[in-house]
Write a protein that binds this ligand. Structure first.
Ligand code: FE2
Length: 339
């Protein structure tokens, strides 16, 4: 009968399952073929998310953290001998720079294409955003009645001596300026960033420390990712900082992303694709909520604290271009004396 082979295969599969479970028992060495190795610049809450992936699929995850540029340098140095299967970044430009360096292989996946909007994945399928990180105006609710409603607004002289900003060396700053270059043109973008510098900002290399400085009265307005406020509000619902969604009459608030790609030299590309697909689908809510980021899949609901931040329009259209404009952004920041 034609159904017999299928029945046989099913019976065989049922027999195999206990064997696989035994091989993945705690404290046993894990079969290398069933392990995915991730180099990740995004490190908040990933341990619990990877554990959930392993529980769902039986595929173990090993991971190494570092800054996005450090991990890219390491991958370039390791070349074909890398143990890594997946690189995950905390910034859109850095995943595009990894792709441009030839580190990533295209992934043919209907599940990823269905879950991740086209603006949030590479045109050649070498990388996929897994969450959205909005970098926006945040201000002291106790001292600011009319916060800036645009990125250019931070250059108003009314904010002289009242700004805290992340340094130019940080990818978040570079990607925001890359988006300004794309949306405003190079000359206008330069004038905007120069106007921030003219307001003599305090440079602080931590979004959390910037928000604490705003709360403490050391500055009144900053540019920070929304999840940092989400964390501080979770600790203290009365934390005296709020979001002013910028560019709501124009291109929308600046979108950065956490993103991932499969390495061209991956020893376990099948496991790597399985991890990306899971993070974009079954694991999408947990992955984004673990760091209070907005899901990349717009059909997945964000964490409760983010719903409290209200609705906004956002500039997803720039995300794919932030890597190509990174060099121009770095040059612009240096030209205007942004520290
Ligand atoms: Fe961050």
């Amino acid at each position: 009968m034609s159904t017999t082979p299928r029945t046989v295969r099913r019976a065989a599969a049922l027999l195999v399952v206990p064997v696989l479970l035994a091989a993945c028992a705690p404290d046993e060495p894990v079969d290398a073929g069933a392990t995915v190795t991730v180099y990740t610049g995004r490190h908040y809450g990933i341990e619990s998310v990877f554990a959930a992936f392993t529980a769902d699929t039986g595929i173990a995850v090993r991971f190494t953290t570092g800054s996005d540029p450090e991990l890219r340098e390491r991958l370039l140095a390791e070349g074909a001998n890398t143990p890594a299967d997946v690189v995950m970044t905390a910034d859109a430009a850095n995943i595009a720079l990894a792709a441009a360096a030839g580190l990533l292989a295209p992934v043919e996946s209907a599940a990823l294409r269905a879950a991740i909007p086209a603006d949030l994945r590479a045109a050649d399928d070498t990388w996929f955003a897994l969450s959205r990180r909005l970098r926006v105006v945040q201000y002291a609710t106790e001292r600011v009645a009319t916060p800036p409603s645009s990125y250019a607004g931070l250059g108003d002289p009314v904010w002289a001596g009242r700004l805290c900003l992340r340094p130019s060396t940080h990818p978040y700053t570079q990607s925001l300026v890359a988006a300004l270059i794309r949306n405003e043109g190079r000359d206008t973008a330069r004038a905007i960033v120069a106007s921030w510098v003219a307001n003599d900002p305090v440079y602080i290399n931590s979004d959390t420390d910037m928000l604490r400085a705003v709360a403490a009265g050391d500055c009144d307005v900053t540019l920070a990712n929304t999840y940092y406020l989400g964390r501080l509000r979770t600790e203290d619902p009365a934390f005296p900082v709020a979001i002013s969604w910028p560019e709501q009459d124009g291109v929308g608030a600046h979108v950065n992303v956490s993103a991932a790609g499969v390495l061209a030299a991956a020893p376990n590309p099948g496991g790597a694709v399985a991890l990306l697909e899971w993070l974009a689908t079954d694991g999408q809510a947990a992955f984004s909520a673990a760091n209070l980021e907005y899901p990349a899949d717009p059909d997945v609901a964000p964490a409760e604290v983010l719903i409290g931040f209200g609705a906004f329009t956002s500039d997803t259209a720039s995300v794919r271009e932030l890597g190509a404009l990174n060099g121009a952004a770095v040059d612009l920041l240096a030209e205007v004396g942004y520290e």
